[in-house]
Design a protein around this ligand. Structure first.
Ligand code: AQP
Length: 328
């Protein structure tokens, strides 16, 4: 029965279009782990509002993200899929944990420094406390494992620290979660600047391949992708652009690194990019067809059921916390 399984929790923000980095670094692993673990996958719309969002667009993107989760292979009959704001316990526990977290530890978060563009004076307080809300998301479900991309590692360490501090001060309450960062694909880089991660909020859309990009757009973006000097198509860390493109090829085709290299031995960058585009297009085709097949009504119903299941678990955790700290 599911109650004997360990738990996983993860989520993505309904900001912009999901790209192949989000898929390869996170969603792919969620799908692979969902039957082995009792799984909670959340659409973290409260995180999305840490930066300005158009309300109508946010609402639509939230539903579209549910569509992406399902098309990627998350099965709502197996996993609990829900919208963060439908389970008010996320915000409630975040407040409590913000009384446990220290300013100094939040100030060290590199994502805040990046997203606030170095100006904490003008940044929203929510952007600063974002990692506390993320800790709340994870700890509410007594999560054992959190499958995320490399960029979330620091936030996850904070979640562990807050769980341990709370347990020490108030008695055993939270499971201390472990990260699951995949050995390959945890940091897919921008096609335009391989020193930066592929990102939804990148102003240059040519840096990312979005999961719903059409074949022509995918081929064009890959044609424009920057390459390194030299000619060999090999996994070489000192040539980050080719390494990144080969990693995408490896994950999209399921080939081993040696098979990938052998496939392109003696071939030029032009040939490599064409074959990579074919692999990505082929990979995304069934996904894109599946994404079109869900109606809004169907998604809303599945999310309603998911929120009910999530709330049953989350409310237990909040009740326990309230008792421990003397609120009830
Ligand atoms: N480039 C990436 N490579 C591998 N994994 C990635 N993830 C994000 N970018 C990459 C992982 O995707 C999951 C969902 O991400 P998110 O929605 O929480 O947002 P993020 O981490 O801030 O990623 P983005 O795409 O760069 O979004 P914006 O631009 O909105 O900030 C996470 O597990 C993340 O690690």
């Amino acid at each position: 029965m599911s109650s004997f399984k360990k738990r996983i929790f993860s989520g993505a923000q309904p900001t912009g279009e999901l790209h192949i980095g989000n898929y390869l670094g996170a969603l792919k692993n969620w799908v692979e782990l969902q039957t082995e673990y009792e799984s909670f996958f959340c659409i973290v719309n409260l995180h999305a509002i840490t930066l300005p969002q158009d309300p109508k667009v946010l609402k639509q993107k939230t539903l579209d993200l549910a569509r992406i989760y399902l098309a990627a292979g998350i099965d709502p009959e197996v996993s609990t899929v829900f919208i963060q704001s439908d389970v008010s316990e996320h915000a409630e526990l975040a407040w409590i944990l913000s009384c446990v977290a220290r300013m100094g530890e939040l100030e060290r978060m590199t994502q805040f420094k990046d997203k606030s563009k170095g100006s904490s004076e003008r940044a929203g307080v929510g952007l600063f406390t974002y990692p506390v809300l993320m800790a709340s998301d994870i700890l509410l479900y007594q999560t054992d494992l959190v499958p995320v991309g490399q960029d979330q590692k620091q936030h996850l360490e904070l979640s562990r620290d807050l769980a341990q501090r709370f347990n020490r001060d108030f008695g055993e309450t939270f499971v201390v979660p472990e990260p699951y960062i995949p050995p390959v694909g945890a940091k897919i880089q921008s096609l335009q600047d391989p020193s930066k991660k592929m990102s939804k909020s990148d102003e240059n859309a040519n840096g990312s391949i979005f999961l719903l990009d059409d074949p022509d757009t995918i081929a064009k973006k890959l044609k424009k992708a920057v390459t390194d000097s030299g000619t060999e198509i090999k996994f070489d860390e000192s040539r980050p652009a080719i390494h990144n493109l080969l990693t995408i090829y490896q994950l999209m085709t399921g080939k081993t690194p040696a098979e990938c290299e052998a496939n392109f031995e003696g071939k030029g960058y032009g040939h490599f990019k064409t074959e990579l585009a074919e692999a990505v297009i082929e990979f995304l085709k069934p996904f894109q067809e599946k994404a079109k097949s869900y109606s809004d009504e169907e998604l809303n119903e599945k999310l309603r059921v998911g929120a009910k299941k999530a709330k049953e678990v989350a409310s237990q955790s909040v009740k326990d916390v309230y008792e421990k700290i003397g609120l009830i």
